[in-house]
Design a protein around this ligand. Structure first.
Ligand SMILES: [Zn+2]
Length: 317
């Protein structure tokens, strides 16, 4: 998750804007029917996570963010969708240098929303600067060390982000964006919290963040992977439950034979309370005893008519 901010509000839409906007509308809108503003989505400066986009990545993101709707408060609910990006481009500022010594580049998006009664409060908040911050989420397929070029998604290297090596500051270089999945307005009082949301490149990272209690934003691909994992776990859990139920039944069955003085409902309660290892252990022991007391296989049943297997059946009363 990267952060940007609202740049300009209340620009009058010109014919070029209207042509682009009308690509996304069901009918042709007139300039007075739309409200437009621009936002800086991200730049090539090192952010507080010690990461930076390459200029190439920003250019690719420009294409990926086209048509994307911005949301408020990170809600993915459709009714909260507020504005749509209709134009997006990288702006280069040669007079300003990044910590890496590159010309400062930023990804600037133009967005519109219907100039409707429903959006009036939102527009007011934009104009007043309350909705100043935006955060963006995207995924990249390349994350490398700025010092040695090591792939940081798999293992990585010994360089530490933020440290300087031979006059070069170490950061993670984000490149080859694959998906731009959201941009949202962050109400300023909550910005520090909201800014914590990160973008993740792999399921391992997601699991790590989830276990650490972080706020997590997932790409469509990651959501699908997580759903798949959950389905798999549910399947496995159902096998596990079936196995346990069978084991409990067997335990009760054999224990009833081996120790008929214990009521079946007591055995069921005991079975339900045991952990799986204990249950396996008791089931095995009682199966052996039950088999001695009352041979359980059909052949032995027939044999029992003459003489119980083994001759001595200590649990047969
Ligand atoms: Zn390195």
């Amino acid at each position: 998750m990267k952060e940007g901010m609202v740049l300009k509000t209340g620009r009058a839409a010109n014919s070029d804007d209207m042509e682009k906007i009308n690509r996304y509308t069901r009918r042709e809108f007139q300039p007075e029917e739309v409200y437009t503003f621009s936002v800086v989505l991200c730049d090539n400066e090192i952010d507080r996570d010690g990461e930076r986009f390459t200029v190439e990545a920003l250019k690719a993101l420009a294409g990926l963010f086209l048509g994307k709707t911005g949301i408020f408060n990170h809600s993915m609910q459709a009714q909260n969708q507020t504005a749509r990006i209709y134009d997006c481009a990288v702006e280069r500022d040669e007079t300003r240098r990044t910590k890496c010594g590159e010309a400062y580049c930023r990804l600037v998006a133009k967005a519109y929303l219907p100039n409707s009664e429903k959006n009036r409060d939102f527009i007011l908040e934009l104009e007043s600067g309350i909705k100043k911050e935006v955060s963006v989420g995207c995924s990249v397929s390349s994350v490398t060390c700025s010092i040695c070029g090591a792939d940081l998604r798999h293992g990585g290297c010994s360089h530490v982000k933020g440290k300087t090596y031979n006059g070069q500051v170490c950061c993670a270089v984000l490149d080859e964006p694959t998906d731009a999945y959201e941009w949202s307005f962050v109400a300023v009082p909550a910005q520090r919290e909201a800014g914590v949301i990160k973008s993740f490149s792999g399921m391992e990272e997601v699991e790590k963040a989830l276990s650490g209690g972080e706020t997590v934003t997932l790409t469509g691909e990651q959501s699908r992977a997580l759903r798949e994992t959950m389905k798999q776990l549910e399947r496995e859990a159902s096998y596990g439950r079936a196995y346990r139920a069978e084991l409990e039944n067997d335990f009760v069955k054999y224990a009833s034979v081996a120790q008929p003085e214990i009521p079946a409902q007591t055995l069921r309660r005991v079975a339900a309370g045991m952990d799986l290892d204990d249950l396996k252990c008791f089931e095995k022991a009682y199966r052996a005893r039950a088999n001695e007391a009352l041979p359980l296989t059909p052949q032995l049943f027939r044999a029992e008519k003459t003489e119980p297997a083994g001759g001595n059946a200590p649990f047969k009363i």
